[in-house]
Design a protein around this ligand. Sequence first.
Ligand SMILES: [Zn+2]
Length: 143
Amino acid sequence: MADVLTPAQRRFNMSQIKGRDTAPEMTVRQIAHGMGYRYRLHRRDLPGRPDLVFVSRHRVIFVHGCFWHRHECRFGNVRPKTNAAFWKLKIEGNVSRDKRNTQALTALGWTVCVLWECELSDRPAVQERLMAYLGPPRGQSLR
Ligand SMILES: [Zn+2]
């Protein structure tokens, strides 16, 4: 029974196993790096292995897919009709894991920011959010 997976479920499992270096995450890394920020990736010793870790600033960023983490946007509101119970369970699992990870990180003194996939097409807006969240990049004079 447990071995019987639909192709969609199998793809989902594969994506979970891979679980890193996704396109949205690469976009954020590229923008942050271009602004002069330096960060660590997926620190295993932190709850949820945040996508970008700004160690000296004690700040982390998660880059979330809207569907997988149920963003309150039109992509996050998609409810597949086939295997509805499966998707519901998986996505609710993600959402509650996100919540636990955020609480655990906060308890450890980290500040947590989530960037959503649907926000990333507006590059200047992402830059503004990074600047507001992280402060100016190191070694860069404010003009
Ligand atoms: Zn979204």
